[in-house]
Structure formats: C-alpha cells, structure tokens
Design a protein around this ligand. Structure first.
Ligand code: SIN
Length: 548
C-alpha cells in the first residue's frame, strides 16, 4: 500500500483576531446545539458555524428520531435492532447508552419546545422505518422533523442569548484544531467571512473543543447532505493527529428522488418513513423486488434495500426504480409528508397518482472521529459529537433515525464530562503547517473519483483508480489562494482519500460497504475496525483493531 499524504500544507496563517471561551463548539446541528446548551453549565460557550445557525444536516432530516417510547417497546429491543443493522461492528456499551438514555432525552427535547406529532392521548406519535421491529420513530411537521428540532434548539439558544456566556459566530469555517505543548486541544483556527471585526483568519481559544461539524456527503457527486457537509471536522481532526475510524462505511440511502444522470450535489430525500407508512418499491417493469429478498421487504435495513435497488437496476438496465405510494390516500400523503409531496411536485411527480423515480445516493458517514463513551477523541481536550464522530453506535451501518438520537444523547454526555473536568486554558503552539488548499475547480473531479470508485459497489480496481486520480489531483491542483472553497476542497480530498484507503483495505462486504470482488462478510479476517491517524512524518498510518 502506497503512503497516503494529505494535500500540501501551508505556513499557518497568523490569526488576525482572537476570541476566548471555556468551550468552543464547532457546528450547529442537533449535536452542536445540544452540547452548547448543556455545556453552558460548565462555563462560557462559543458556537461557531460555517454558514447560518440553522443550516446543518439536522435541518434536512425528514424521518425522525428513534427512541423506545412505546409501552410495548423497550431499550433492549432498540439495542437488538441497532446491533443487527450494525452487522457485528457496533460497540454494544455505546449502543446501550444510546438506547437507554434516548427516551428521556427525546421527552426532554419535547419539553424544551420541539413540537413532536402527538396521539389523541397526548403521547408522542411513533412510526416505523427500515430495520426497526417496533414503531419507534418520533416525528414533527409531518416529514420536517429535523427542521423542527433545529428550530426548537435555536430558540432555546436565543432564550439564553442575553446571557453573555453563550456567543455565536456564523460564516466561520474551522481550519485547524490548535494544540498546546502537551498536545492538548486548546482552540481552533477559523476563516470567517464578513462578521464585522472578526473577518479573515482568527483563533477561537477554549479549554475544550467539541467538533460537531456533521458529515462528508459532498465528497460524492450525489448526496442528500447539504452543501456545508464537506468533511471539515474529520479533516481537521486528522491533521491534528486524531484517530479516525470506519470511514469506509458510507451509507447510501435507497430512495432519493432520481432527477437524471446530470443531477449533481444535494438531491431530494424521499424518507424511509414513506415506506414505513406503506409505500413499496417496484422495478421499472412493475415487480416488487424486495419481497423475497428479506423478511421485512421494503423495511429491511438500509444497506439491504440499497443492494436490492442496485440489483433491480442492474437486472432491468434502468437508472432508477419506482417508489409506489399511489394506494395511500392523497390527503394523508399531503398531511403526513408535506415536504416530500412539495419536492416531488416541484419536479412534476405527484406521489398520490404517479410512480416516483428513486435511486440510491450518499446519505451518511457511519465512521468518523473515534471517541469514547464521553465523546472524547484520542487528543485530550478534543471531543466529537454527531455525524463527525465514530462513537461505535452505528457499526458498519446506521439504523434509521439513530443519528439525531446520537447527537442528542452524546451531546449531553460530553457536557457532563466537561462539567466534571475542564483544564485551565493553555497557549497554542505554532505548528509547522496548516490545512493545505486545493483549487476549488478540483472538487468536481474528487466527487467523480469517489462516485465512480467508492460508491455503493466497489472493487480493488475501482478503488485503485480512485486513489490514483486523487493522488494526481493533490499534485496538480495545489492552491495558495486561501478561501473557504479552497480549504473545503482540500478537506474533501483528505477525507475522500482516506475513505478510499479504508475501502481498499477492507476486503469483504459488510453493512454499508459492498465489495464486488469480496461479496461475502468475512468475520475471520475483518471483525474489527480500521483506524487511521497522521504520523510525525506527515503520512497517514492505518491499523486494524480486531474485536475481542
Ligand atoms: C429518512 O427519513 O429516510 C432518513 C432518516 C435517517 O437517515 O435516519
């Protein structure tokens, strides 16, 4: 295996301004906002976010948030379903924390102001999604659960905004994690656009740093993730020498509205909850191909449905399959799925009367910055929460609607840890280099390389072609122009190259990872995690940690 180097590193830009807090939280989805609100109990909090406070993957989440809230459900059953979806690689202790603390946290979120749909008796209404053997998904605004959760958390944050102990900086891209002489995290470098006196490169110093930057979906040509999801947190953590795990386990959502071959960037998600309410999948010849493939048919775990969709597309030679909701009443569809109905109609499909063309697209990174049960990374003082993290709850494939829950539960856990111990503020030491930058025009080629080489189906050949293209781009597309776009492009390159490396090494098919040349799960060789970190000589080292 050839050495993996990150894009060339630049002389670290001198910060033009400095802001100070006890805890610096980077990101404003459910993970960042929950951590920020709770960490206020530990000290002064600064939230920095790349665009606006309300722009995050959370805000785009449709289906909902999973928790064993029904009297006939239990955390034990939620644990079971999560472990099955994670195909042998979940950390059972982390999942246990998720599912046992989940119900209380979801109720608290309701009490904070998140308007979950309710039953006539006033209980949180629950629906079902793939891989869940019980109705367990709380939802809001029909299919606008994430938007409602984001609204409620931001409102709670504004309620304490009079409090000088919480500050927000928007339009701030995290460049690097700052560390002191003992390699303890003590802040971040930021690139801020047009925030008054805080403009250009600055430093946000803190006694602890929490990365809650979300996913990396923009590394693919087609994704459900918003444009801000460029893997900044994983890339910054990697440059700081932090352990990054399981990056090969990318989840592809099986039902994303198919808008033609040339569609690029964020694509409209058609929530699994629609299948939870009875919609079915058909190939282009009208056959229900999931029946017989799995006992749960269309509600099998997401990787199984994505594989079924790809097989149906291959067998029929079509570029999509159909989602059929025509048997559901039109008024029910409009009231239960207003976002989806509006998006479909915008593209001239009426779900009440027409078949909807869908195909898989990138949706979620199950791996990320490796953390323990308190959200601590391998670098002291640096925490990670939400999609950027790898807490062990998802294993090889995340169970539907466990992602919002993870941000919520682990946000509380991180805040509890911060309340117990916050070290004194230390001084960052100058590092030899900072994030490199790549010509933003390289972005589309990075996306092309990942999509062709490390998509739903991969092989040694496709991955090696992707690795060569990425190496060539790193050499040919260096840039010394420091803009948000050039840093983002370098971040996409770094996480893309690491993802391809992990995917090449893992010679088996498991969960979200499907190798054409190794079609079976191989517990003898691959029951464990691939973990990478940057070494002192600037190369990335990858090790395999076998599970006991
Ligand atoms: C969906 O609504 O289908 C997505 C939910 C999730 O990703 O957990």
């Amino acid at each position: 295996m050839t050495d993996l180097r990150l894009p060339h590193r630049l002389t670290a830009p001198e910060p033009g301004w400095t802001v100070q807090a006890d805890v610096v939280v980077v990101g404003s989805g459910i993970a960042g906002l929950t951590t920020a609100l709770e960490a206020r109990k530990a000290g002064r909090v600064l939230v920095v976010t790349k665009t606006f406070l309300d722009e995050s993957s959370t805000a785009w989440a449709q289906g909902g948030i999973a928790a064993a809230l029904h009297p006939e459900d239990s955390p034990e059953q939620h644990l079971h379903d999560t472990l099955v979806a994670g195909v042998g690689l979940c950390d059972e202790t982390a999942v246990r924390a998720l599912v046992t603390e989940g119900p209380k946290r979801v109720r608290e979120l309701g009490a904070l102001g998140a308007n979950f749909e309710r039953t006539p008796e006033g209980e949180i209404a629950l629906t079902r999604e793939g891989g869940h053997l019980r109705d367990r998904i709380a939802h809001a605004g029909g299919d606008a659960t994430g938007r409602e959760i984001s609204r409620a958390l931001i409102e709670a944050l504004h309620a304490v905004k009079e409090d000088p102990g919480i500050e927000v900086v928007e339009h701030a891209l995290v460049i690097d994690v700052l560390t002191d002489t003992t390699d303890h995290a003590c802040g971040v470098n930021l690139h801020v656009i047009g925030e008054g006196q805080r403009d250009g490169v600055g430093a946000a110093l803190g006694r602890a740093v929490v990365l809650a930057t979300g996913g990396l979906g923009q590394v693919y040509a087609s994704t459900t993730n918003p444009p801000v999801a460029t893997g900044d947190g994983v890339a910054a953590a990697l440059r700081a020498g932090v352990d990054v795990a399981d990056l090969e386990f990318v989840q592809f959502h099986p039902t994303v509205l198919w808008l033609g071959r040339s569609a690029h960037g964020q694509q409209p998600l058609i929530s699994e909850a629609l299948r939870g309410e009875g919609a079915v999948l058909r190939d282009v010849e009208g056959r229900r191909f999931m029946v017989g493939r799995h006992p749960l048919a269309e509600l099998a775990p997401r990787d199984v449905v994505a594989q079924g969709v790809i097989s149906a597309m291959t067998e029929t030679g079509a570029e999509h399959v159909w989602l059929d909701a025509r048997h559901l009443p039109a008024d029910f569809l409009e009231q239960r799925f207003p976002t989806i109905v509006a998006r479909c109609r915008k593209h001239h499909f009426d779900p009440a009367t027409m078949l909807i063309p869908v195909a898989p697209a990138q949706h979620y990174a199950s791996g990320g910055v490796r953390t323990d049960l308190r959200g601590r990374s391998s670098v002291p003082g640096l925490y990670a929460c939400g999609e950027v993290s790898c807490t062990g709850v998802h294993g090889a494939n995340r169970l539907a609607s466990n992602s919002l829950l993870e941000g919520l539960v682990f946000g509380h856990r991180i805040a509890a840890d911060l309340a117990e111990q916050l070290p004194p503020q230390s001084e960052p030491v100058a590092r030899a280099g900072s994030a490199g930058a790549l010509d933003p025009a390289a972005r589309v080629f990075i996306q092309g390389a990942l999509t062709a080489g490390a998509g739903v189906v991969r092989s040694a050949n496709s991955l090696s072609t992707a690795a060569s293209s990425l190496a060539q781009l790193a050499a040919e597309r260096r840039s010394d122009v420091l803009t948000t776009e050039s840093w983002e492009t370098a971040n996409l390159h770094a996480v893309g190259a690491l993802l391809v490396r992990h995917a090449s090494l893992r010679e088996e098919t498991r969960g979200g990872h499907w190798r054409d040349d190794f079609p079976d799960r191989d517990d003898r060789r691959w029951r464990g995690h691939l973990i990478s970190s940057l070494t002192g000589d600037g190369t990335v080292r990858t090790r395999f940690e076998e599970l006991p």
